[in-house]
Each structure stands twice: as C-alpha cells, then as structure tokens.
Design a protein around this ligand. Structure first.
Ligand SMILES: [Zn+2]
Length: 63
C-alpha cells in the first residue's frame, strides 16, 4: 500500500495519520503542495513559516 502524507490545515504538519498529532480533531488532507523539512527551528525558514517544532511541513494546504 502506498503511503500518502497528509497535511494539517492549521499547522501544515505532514503526517501519515488521518488526524493531526497536534490538533487532535483536525482531519488531515491530501490536497497540499510542496514541503519543507525543518531540522533547525531557529533557521530563517522556520521563523518565516512560524514553525516551532522540527518536522516536515507542507508549504500550501488547500482548504
Ligand atoms: Zn495541526
């Protein structure tokens, strides 16, 4: 079975789960573009995207 990453509309975190691990009730969706891998939350990219935890994030999530 193919693994499909899904994105949370609120925090843009990518996950294989159907709900966001941070926003328990928020259903994740497959309709997203591009992603950022954040290792260093002090990096300029992380600050620009307002990301406070390392992880993989979608650049854009359709709502
Ligand atoms: Zn979330």
């Amino acid at each position: 079975m193919k693994k499909v990453y899904k994105a949370c509309r609120i925090c843009k975190r990518l996950t294989l789960d159907d709900v966001c691990p941070v926003h328990g009730d928020e259903k994740t969706r497959e309709d997203w573009f591009g992603f950022l891998i954040i290792n260093d939350t002090n990096s300029i990219i992380a600050k620009k995207a307002d990301i406070k935890e390392p992880g993989i994030y979608a650049i854009k999530v359709r709502s």
